[in-house]
Design a protein around this ligand. Structure first.
Ligand code: HEM
Length: 580
């Protein structure tokens, strides 16, 4: 009851540590921070009442924790309407064993940027007390009499207001960065509206307040909990705040709390090491538990905390950047559709192999350039053939890989396809780079890369640089196998001369085994790329039939037109000449 008014039903988890511990075991929670609820802050009461209330509750919390088998810790509360008394009660509580303090997000009309409250926060930093800001006494209650709106609408706005007040007032510029402060309920509406705040800061001098930097600069200065109850929101929150700034918050054991504490994070698609941070690592840092005993660290290890002996030597993961790699799969569907992970991973795998192909093809070009500059030597030609063999083996794998994606039912793909528009394979920069590098240059394709200026610039560069095809024939020219281009020679005549040059190599097989090897590898590569195109078309038809592509093309009928494309058409023409 609040006065004689019913407030909410509670049950024995609120006062019986045994019940709490059982429920923690059920949910896989090792350590819990308890605090009194914000309705008990008493900030509006005379100081002596509020102080009485704080001391009573703070001592009771410690007594409850003493029966918690080391798995319950507490945050105190303070009479924040009086800064001196608040600082004094904080110091007393910290000495008695609290890990921090829970404060309301305002005291009457004073927001967190009030000079007295900022002084209190400074004192928290000095005392090493973690601060949890919880919204309370919501504004606009007269307009929110129904539907629990004060909780669902008022609280998020209140919290956003306090974060914004702290940032814009310049309080974070004055407070030391040792202050550990966290805002409840995912920071309310703050993260979602950060863009709006940032925009106002940049464009309206009055919106700037007194802070030295744009609002996003201060994201590392505070944390939020994870109590947002939606996978997409959690992803967004972690994306905005950073994986180090969000920690498990439960609202346990109240009606709006998470039914199985931690399930939102555990069931999310976040990478394992990010989950470990959210479930424990970030809280351990926030609560300054990291430096504590091995026993405490081990207790937390159940939810992912490792003892703090930072491995500095190179490990498998640190060398291969495994954690970073595993963080790169971010589904658009919410809750994530089971097959979207496969869809992302297969594409990412292709892109990784495209990277290796470009790396090797660039080296082939360099070797053939050197071979052209010194036609007597053979080493570079052998090296080019060796690297081309790698390119063909990679491409063989790339042709095969489509079958994995074909285990995805068309209906499963359609369940999230709509979320991918207007992204399209047309925008695979590396695929187009491979085409341009090999000699298949089509300036029109640059238009798909307008949204990404870096991709546009590197493709433009590839368009202007000599291609593998140019360099190959440049070397044959240096060897005297291909006459220099004649004044006014047409494209068709030049093509025929190049085909004849290749023809002459095959005719003198014993003298040009190294070059013939290069020709065979280039031909095989060409062949395999066509196989890739064909398998891709089959996949497309299997998954979306003859529907249009997300990139706006006619889909499979467009892709079929690409089947005739060849990187090295003269090598194929030479075969016709050989049979004549
Ligand atoms: C569900 C699976 C897939 C579907 C339905 C699909 C569909 C399409 C369609 C319709 C196009 C034509 C462009 C457009 O209008 O968007 C296209 C192009 C393309 N796709 Fe896919 N695709 C799939 C998987 C893949 C995979 C796994 C890759 C691997 C990298 C890939 C790479 C490409 C590339 C590079 C292009 C441009 C081809 C060119 O311009 O010649 N696609 N895709």
């Amino acid at each position: 009851m609040v006065g004689d008014r019913f407030f909410r039903h509670i049950y024995s988890a609120c006062w019986d540590p045994e019940v709490r511990l059982q429920e923690m075991d059920r949910d896989g929670v090792d350590l819990q921070i308890i605090s009194a609820t914000p309705v008990l802050f008493a900030y509006e009461r005379p100081l002596e009442h509020a102080l009485d209330c704080a001391q009573l509750l703070n001592d009771a919390a410690l007594e409850l924790c003493s029966r918690g088998k080391g798995r319950l810790k507490s945050f105190c509360q303070v009479p924040l309407q009086d800064v001196d008394a608040a600082c004094e009660e904080l110091s007393r509580s910290m000495q008695a064993g609290h890990l921090g303090v829970q404060i309301g997000n305002h005291v009457g009309s004073k927001n967190l940027d009030d000079a007295g409250i900022v002084t209190f926060l400074q004192h928290c930093a000095d005392e090493g007390a973690a601060v949890l800001v919880h919204p309370w006494e919501m504004f606009g209650l007269e307009r929110m009499p129904k539907y629990m709106m004060p909780w669902t609408v008022g609280m998020p706005a209140e919290t956003q207001l306090s974060v914004v007040a702290l940032i814009l007032s310049g309080a974070f510029d004055r407070l030391p960065d040792t202050l550990r402060i966290c805002f409840a309920h995912g920071g309310g509406s703050f993260a979602f509206l950060l863009g709006r705040l940032e925009n106002a800061w940049h464009h309206h001098p009055v919106a700037r307040g007194d802070c030295q930097h744009p609002p996003s600069h201060y994201l590392k200065r505070f944390s939020t909990d994870s109590a947002v109850f939606d996978q997409r929101t959690l992803q967004f929150l972690v994306g905005t705040m950073g994986a180090d700034q969000v920690m498990l918050g439960s609202d346990y054991p109240f009606p709006l709390g998470e039914e199985r504490v931690g399930s939102l994070i555990r069931q999310s698609n976040l990478p394992q090491h990010t989950k470990a941070k959210l479930l424990s690592g970030n809280a351990a840092r926030f609560l300054a538990l990291e430096g504590q005993s091995q026993e405490a660290a081990e207790r937390m290890s159940g939810v992912g905390i490792a003892p703090r002996s930072e491995p500095r030597q190179l490990t498998y993961s640190s060398y291969l950047k495994v954690p970073e790699l595993l963080e790169l799969q971010q589904p658009q569907s919410s809750p994530p559709h089971h097959d979207e992970l496969l869809f992302i991973l297969v594409h990412q795998t292709y892109e990784l192999w495209f990277k290796e192909l470009l790396h090797d093809l660039d080296a082939v070009v360099a070797n053939l350039q050197r071979a052209g500059a010194a036609p007597q030597t053979h080493d570079e030609v052998y090296e080019a053939a060796r690297l081309l063999r790698r390119c063909t083996e990679i491409t063989r794998v790339l042709v095969e890989q489509f079958t994995i994606l074909e285990t995805m039912l068309p209906t499963h793909f359609l369940a999230f396809r709509g979320l991918l528009e207007p992204a399209s394979g047309f925008q695979s920069e590396q695929f187009r780079e491979i085409e341009f590098l090999c000699g298949l240059k089509d300036e029109k394709m640059l238009r798909y890369h307008k949204p990404t200026p870096e991709a546009y610039a590197s493709l433009k560069r590839r368009l202007e640089e000599p291609s593998l095809r140019d360099v190959f024939f440049g070397a044959l020219q240096a060897m005297g196998k291909l006459p220099p281009a004649r004044e006014g020679e047409s494209e068709g005549e030049r093509f025929a001369a190049r085909a004849r040059a290749v023809h002459s190599l095959y005719k003198a097989e014993r003298d040009h085994r190294d070059w013939i090897d290069v020709c065979e590898r280039l031909t095989e590569f060409d062949e395999l790329v066509v196989s890739w195109r064909l398998r891709h078309i089959q996949l497309v038809e299997r998954i979306i039939g003859i529907r249009m592509g997300t990139g706006g093309s006619a889909g499979s009928s467009y892709l079929k037109l690409t089947l005739d494309k060849k990187f090295f058409p003269e090598l194929w023409e030479a075969r016709t000449l050989l049979t004549e």
